[in-house]
Design a protein around this ligand. Sequence first.
Ligand SMILES: Nc1ncnc2c1ncn2[C@@H]1O[C@H](COP(=O)(O)OP(=O)(O)OP(=O)(O)O)[C@@H](O)[C@H]1O
Length: 234
Amino acid sequence: MIEVSGLSRRFRQTLAVDDLSFTVPPGRITGFLGPNGAGKTTTMRLILGLERPTAGRATVNGLPYHALERPLTQVGALLDATAVQGGRRADQHLWWLARSNGISRQRIGPLLEFVGLGDAGRRHVGGFSLGMKQRLGLAAALLGDPEVLLLDEPVNGLDPEGIRWMRDLLKSLAAEGRTVLVSSHLMNEMAVTADHLIVIGRGRLLADAKIGEFVRPGTSLEDVFMEVIGRCEP
Ligand SMILES: Nc1ncnc2c1ncn2[C@@H]1O[C@H](COP(=O)(O)OP(=O)(O)OP(=O)(O)O)[C@@H](O)[C@H]1O
């Protein structure tokens, strides 16, 4: 469970997140939508304790991220998949993360296989394609078998087979009772993946609804999204 309450984050002149409140419960996929610069990544970074809020709070399973014990075993995140040290091998990258959270080394091989990098574990990450880096980022997110997952544009760079694989994986993770918050700009993909949507614009909450309530018969998610974000234009 993720809970965000009165959360704000200001960067000088920019109010990136503006008094945002929402809950992401377990057992379903919650899509996190908003135009470029809406504040999605900043919100995820605040939840993960990578930014300090200007006001409000964000908790994971009732606690702020910094208070979680062995955090990777409770919450896994894929933010910027390209932000990995290129000089490291994929298996070394995962081992470095695992070690700091008391996670067994035995998990790394099967996990690399699982994300489709079974043959690339000993290769340097610097030579990976974007899709391969996304797969490695997903492996890092799943490393601690966490109950909560935050994924920022996880299908970015994946091929069609990879996109379908990611969709099926997210569905199975939610079906296992995990909390899944996933951002994307791909409306068609979100329409077939998410159960629930949170839409933000200019850092503010614009919609928080089941996908069936959000997209009325005869309209598309893209249509409704454009209509909703149009309402928050200056
Ligand atoms: N470290 C920072 N310093 C200054 N401004 C920032 C910083 N991080 C984010 N911002 C600003 O905060 C706003 C929200 O950015 P954020 O990256 O959270 O949006 P987003 O919804 O994830 O966008 P996108 O869909 O383009 O990835 C933007 O105006 C951005 O320029």
